[in-house]
Design a protein around this ligand. Structure first.
Ligand code: ZN
Length: 197
């Protein structure tokens, strides 16, 4: 597998509603390892497969953001958020929209179940920052960006920055540095066929 890179808004992978992965194998473990490396290199605390152009329901987090704190690393494969409680608004950012920050209201406490890299199903109760990160990453596998959840007054202020990313992306496509949306979507469909149910 070629090395992964983080895709930026408005890459179509970020609007892809991903499907469950069919099997957890060596290829998937390599993807996860590369996702952690990219996340740490970009100083992130969570990264979803959609953000590296892979249409799979899978994300990784380390709420401490420190690669030396391996015990904080969590891999969620085919995740489901089964319960949400409470609500709090806080600033969020995203590695696919660098330097854009806006307030998002999320549940303060969630119950999430998923499979780990050994194919074992687990259930976790998370609060505060880890709960926020999981909700943000879960949105990614649904094709939802955090900016979709920023209230319109705050979003209005972010709009020029977001539009800059759109202009840059379309310019790179015109220059042939990024394939067309049609090609990117065809590639996502191929990747989907290879690994999902
Ligand atoms: Zn994000």
């Amino acid at each position: 597998m070629s090395s992964l890179e983080i895709v930026l808004h408005p890459h179509p992978a970020l609007r892809w509603k991903s499907k469950d992965v069919a099997r957890i194998d060596a290829g998937l473990r390599v993807m996860v390892e590369q996702m952690f490396e990219l996340m740490y290199a970009s100083r992130g605390i969570g990264l979803a497969a959609n953000q590296v152009g892979l249409p799979y329901r899978l994300f990784v987090i380390n709420a401490a953001g420190d690669k030396d704190e391996k015990d904080q690393e969590l891999v969620f494969i085919n995740p489901q958020i089964t319960r949400k409680n409470g609500s709090e608004t806080d600033e969020e950012g995203c590695l696919s929209l660098p330097d854009v920050f806006g307030p998002v209201t999320r549940a303060t406490k969630i119950i999430v179940d998923a499979f780990d890299l050994n194919g074992q199903q687990f259930e976790l109760t998370l609060e505060d920052l880890p709960a926020r990160v999981v909700q943000h990453e879960y949105d990614h596998v649904e094709g939802i960006m955090f900016t979709d959840r920023v209230a319109s007054a705050a979003l209005h202020k972010l709009q020029p920055q977001i539009e800059d990313y759109e202009v840059q992306f379309r310019n790179r496509q015109k220059e042939g540095l990024i394939p067309s949306d049609e090609h990117l979507k065809a590639n996502l469909r191929e990747l989907e066929k290879a690994r999902t149910l």
